[in-house]
Design a protein around this ligand. Sequence first.
Ligand SMILES: C[S@@+](CC[C@H](N)C(=O)[O-])C[C@H]1O[C@@H](n2cnc3c(N)ncnc32)[C@H](O)[C@@H]1O
Length: 235
Amino acid sequence: MVVHLIGAGPGDPELITLKAVKALKKAEVVIYDRLANEEILKHSPNAKLIYVGKKAGEHSKSQNEINKILVDEAKKYQEVVRLKGGDPFVFGRGGEEVLALQNEDLEVDMIPGVTSAIGVPTTIGLPVTHRAVATSFTVVTGHEDPTKKEKQVKWDYTADTVVVLMGIGNIKENTMEMMKYRDPKTPVCVIEKGTTPDERIITGTLENISQKDINPPALLVVGNVVDVYQEMKKK
Ligand SMILES: C[S@@+](CC[C@H](N)C(=O)[O-])C[C@H]1O[C@@H](n2cnc3c(N)ncnc32)[C@H](O)[C@@H]1O
C-alpha cells in the first residue's frame, strides 16, 4: 500500500510531472480538492474518485475529516492518490496529511507539483528573480488563520520580490501593511486564474492595486521584477 501525494500544478493540465501521471494511471482511488482543471483526472479512468473540496451550498470538509478519509482509503486500497493544486507543501496542508498517514504506519510517496507561486508568474514572463533587480523572493499567505492568537505575517520582508497567495480578500489591508516597509510606488502584478484560458493580468502599484477589479484565485507579485515583465511583454 502506498499513498502518492501529488501536486497537480497551477491549472494547465500539462503542467504536471511524468511521475505524477504514472501514479495517477495505476491509482485505484483518487482523493482530490477543487482543481483548476479536472482534465487531470482523465489519467485515472478506472479509479474511484473522491472529492473533498468545497461544494456550493455545502460546508467544506474539515482537515480532520479529510485525514480520516485518506487513512480509511489507504487501508482499503494498494494504490491511492491524494491530488492537490500546485505543490502539496505550499499552503496546501500536505504536511498535515502526511503526518496523519504516517501516524497510522501508512507509506507516503511525495511527488512535487509546479507551485502557482513561481509557475504562474513564469508562464506570463515574470521572473521572480532577475540579475541586478531581484536576488531573493518570499512567498507568503495573505490570509492567516483567523483563530491564531498572534499574527505570524509581519510584512517586513527583506526579500526583493514578495509573492502573496490567498491575498485577494485582504488586498487592501495587506498592501497597506507592505507600504509601511516599501515604497507605495512599488510595482505590483496580479495574475488571476493563471495558466488557464480565463487568465487575467492586472498591473499597478502598492498604493493603487487594491482599487482594481480582481477575483480569486489570484496571486500578487510585488517588486521591481514587474518592470522586467513589462519590458519582456513589449518585445
Ligand atoms: C490554498 S493556496 C494553494 C497553493 C498551491 N498549493 C500552490 O502551490 O500553488 C491557493 C492560492 O494559490 C494561488 N493560486 C493557485 N492557483 C492559482 C492560479 N492558477 N492563478 C493564480 N493564483 C493561483 C491563489 O493565491 C490561491 O488563493
